[in-house]
Design a protein around this ligand. Structure first.
Ligand code: FMN
Length: 205
């Protein structure tokens, strides 16, 4: 009998709950949970309309969506400052599943960013502080030297969260769930937020 993803979706509370349970399973069944479970591709659009995609890590779920952390002055941060719309893709080959989310991204509160920053290893904090993410790196610049110099400068002191670093909360407006099936008769179900409710329907694969 054909496994009905649609039925499964309808039997749970919301698409967000389904994403959460798939995410949990993807992490539990991954050889490397960080790269295989929590990795997602986030696409943004610049003011000229050119799209750009990169992998980031999903760090937490919120009531409305989910959160990733980055440098606000990076390419993605600059894109989001002018256009908050994002397309996010999760691909879990070890489960034969994909989820494609459309939504908007908004900066998390400073408190959320600082709390996560304080939980990070000191080495990651230093690397983040010396990185002008997405900017050209001069040939004459040694990242190792920058790292060591920063580490010495801040020896024995807590490293504060930089102003230009923090989280984005993605609030989905639609989700597409995809499950691999034999003979390429894949199941694909979309849930879109319309008229204050989730409308759920199947799509051709
Ligand atoms: C598995 C993986 C996880 C990554 N996680 C993050 C992340 O959580 N935050 C981040 O800013 N960059 C992360 N990166 C680096 C980004 O893919 C990207 O190179 C960087 O954020 C700069 O992107 P941008 O120039 O498009 O803004 C990760 C890369 C990989 C391959």
């Amino acid at each position: 009998m054909r496994y009905s993803l649609l039925k499964q979706m309808l039997s749970i509370q919301s698409p967000q709950d389904l994403l959460k349970s798939w995410f949990k399973e993807a992490c539990e069944k991954a050889d490397n949970p960080e790269t295989q479970g929590t990795a997602m591709t986030v696409s943004t659009v610049d003011p000229e309309g050119s799209p750009s995609a990169r992998v980031v890590l999903l760090k937490s779920f919120t009531e409305n969506g989910f959160v990733f952390f980055t440098n606000y002055d990076s390419k993605k941060g600059r894109d989001l400052a002018t256009n908050p719309r994002v397309s996010v893709n999760f691909h879990w080959p070890h489960l034969g599943r994909q989820v494609h989310v459309f939504g908007t991204a908004a900066k998390t509160s400073r408190k959320v960013s600082e709390n996560y920053w304080n939980s990070r290893p000191r080495e990651s904090q230093i690397s983040q502080c010396i990185s002008k993410q997405s900017r050209p790196l001069a040939e004459s610049t040694s990242l190792e030297e920058l790292y060591n110099s920063y580490a010495n400068q801040w020896a024995n002191q807590p490293i504060p969260c930089p102003e230009n670093w923090g989280g984005y909360e993605v609030t989905p407006t639609s989700y597409q769930f995809w499950v691999a099936q034999p003979n390429r008769l894949h199941q694909r179900v979309e849930s879109t937020w319309e008229n204050n409710q989730w409308n759920t329907y199947e799509l051709y694969p």
